[in-house]
Design a binder for this molecule. Sequence first.
Ligand code: PY5
Length: 308
Amino acid sequence: MMAIQETKYIWMNGSLVDWKEAQVHVLTHALHYGTGVFEGIRAYWRDGVVYVFRLQDHLRRFYNSAKTYFMEIPYSRDELSDAVVDLLKANAARENCYIRPIAYRAFKVIGLDPSKCPVHVAIAAFPFGKYLDIDKGVHCCVSAWRRIAVDALPPDAKACGNYVNSALAKMEALRNGFDEAIFLDSHGYVCEGTGENIFIARANILYTPPTSAAILEGITRDTVIQLAGDLGYRVQERIVTRNELYVCDEAFFTGTAAEITPITGVDHRPVGDGAIGPITRELQEAFFDVVTGKNERYKDWLTPIGLL
Ligand code: PY5
């Protein structure tokens, strides 16, 4: 886990404020009850340009998450999109960055109806490297905690409160000597990681759990489905069982933070022969070409910001 590296500014409720001034009140509703929604976006630096990856898709999901919780974000998508660009320019982001927009119920009431609490919005951006070990891969456990059920807490809305479930599984995994946890859904089928979607490969076909398996509809998941298809692989969204994690040829996580992280072991069993598989490697390479603007075909996914 990396400590957050401080930058100059944070965008807060319409203006750029000094990093240290970006504070919230202790009675912020979201701090007590998790009533906020957020996004995680990456921007990649190459040759004087920083490329924001699928910014519009992330913002679309941000507004959808807010809609679920009756939160009206008091800025248009264009305004937030401009805010991200302004922030990266102001921070002179000349390296790979993580961008974290958050909309949250601020303070007004102590009760559980947050409707009267104002919706505040902030966007932070700071240097960010690897989240998990994308070079060596990770050894995972299947968590004893189930992922939040679709009829309890919508896992496809990226709400702050969802992540207390993730934190339980992550702490369990690390304390038991694993790198990451894999959740089963409330029906017992493979769901996702604590902050990543999951794919397996069997006989050259890729499988990933469907949205009905309580997943967040990941933007990296969608990216990989498209890239794998273009590389000639069959990709199926279908139920994946726990035992398939033990007998598949390859497995990997996808996510903004996780990028494409190879899974080399699950529950003390090697995935395949325990080495990173060829499909995983091919997809990793294709992915990094796309996000750093080296592949013309997917230029529409990038928002380039010149910082020369
Ligand atoms: N599933 C969950 C529960 C997630 O939190 C994330 C993203 C994903 C899947 C992958 O979605 P996407 O590909 O759209 O990023 N997690 C955040 C991220 O920035 C937070 C991780 C700490 O990757």
